[in-house]
Design a protein around this ligand. Sequence first.
Ligand SMILES: *[C@@H]1O[C@H](CO)[C@@H](O)[C@H](O)[C@H]1NC(C)=O
Ligand SMILES: *[C@@H]1O[C@H](CO)[C@@H](O)[C@H](O)[C@H]1NC(C)=O
Ligand SMILES: *[C@@H]1O[C@H](CO)[C@@H](O)[C@H](O)[C@H]1NC(C)=O
Length: 395
Amino acid sequence: MKLVSYTLLCSLIAIILPSTRQNELTDWIESKGGWAHLSVGPVNEGGLRGTLATRDIAEGDTLAYIPKELVIQFGAPGNNRPPENAARLLGRQRREAGWHAAFLPYWRSLPALGSPTLFCKELFTERHIALLQDPGMEWVVREEIATAVDIYNGTSTWWQRLLGLAPPVSLHLNLPKGAEHDVTWEEFAHTTCLVGAYAFGCRGGWGGSQVCMVPLLDMINHAHPDTANTVVHQDTRNGSYGCTAIKNITAGQEVTHTYSATALRSDYSLLHYGFVLEMERPLLAGNDHIARFEYSDDDLYSQHERLLSHEEAQRLNDILKSFPTTEEEDLQLLRESSDKLDGREREIIRFRIQRKRALRQMPLLGIKNKFEMINKELIAEIELPERVNKPLPVS
Ligand SMILES: *[C@@H]1O[C@H](CO)[C@@H](O)[C@H](O)[C@H]1NC(C)=O
Ligand SMILES: *[C@@H]1O[C@H](CO)[C@@H](O)[C@H](O)[C@H]1NC(C)=O
Ligand SMILES: *[C@@H]1O[C@H](CO)[C@@H](O)[C@H](O)[C@H]1NC(C)=O
């Protein structure tokens, strides 16, 4: 999966990426029994990379098939976080030279180390963190970086891991003897971003949740459910992946799917994938929701409209007023300082605009729709997940 955002650099990359490189991936997939009516290339004027249909596809037809042999599956239920999976992936790449070589066309299709098109929590700098304007999100970023550093430096003892005082996975334990110093922090952070943003959640052999990297299908861009034209699905019996049209698609049209309902939230998509989807009516950030949650909680989310009261509208308005900049000032910053901001910084400011827009619109939408109700019983009905009760740290 990839960035839905547009920097000049991004466009240069897409343009200079030789087309032989792109064919290499589809040729390789075909040589292994898969197929795809897809090509990789720029999908907008900014040069954003994505996938395009190579012929007309009718709704309901499959446009790509990726056999199980090309799906990289790893992780273990309970310790499946991106830095843990990055340690597993880097370890396997170094232990199994033949396997690594067999997947070269796939590795080459992923953003290279240092590529400005990749952005996630591990790549946040202090400047990025400050731009967030949110102590709760800052805490999420710092915690993720601290976990990644722990796994990278891996100095914990077995009993610390056993007692849950240190992550159960460490990079050093995954690397072959003698290769302990082969992986730089930059490579580790980069790989963490890749497995966080490009991998799919999938079902493990015993049904537990795992992580799968799926060549080519991970280059399909994310879109809102109203406009997405495919779904990506795993066959749970044989482990293969397919991509099926949910609308008629014409040759040359961009192919998209909705990564998850959670990825429609700008706070989540920014921290996880490094992009923000432009929406007329954006969703509230998890931390602005009445139940305050950091990550994925789609069920909790959908109840928000039922909870809207005048008190709630006031609460949202108070959050809106608490930011150091207004929506207009953010828009102006984006327009006037674009030469001083890199693509990642621009994305964070785009996030701030979407977040403020959601806070501004939600009360209007809700009250207009007569969602005025006493919310106390409804709040009592909701089962709040554990982390919601944790007070947010103040920076
Ligand atoms: C890993 O540990 C070493 C020594 O303990 C330290 O110098 C280095 O900065 C650490 N690396 C990271 C990425 O924190
Ligand atoms: C796996 O299942 C899909 C249907 O979901 C099918 O199209 C494909 O041929 C199967 N692959 C193998 C190797 O059996
Ligand atoms: C999709 O294409 C089929 C023919 O291939 C056509 O019958 C159908 O009406 C089209 N659907 C839409 C929504 O355009």
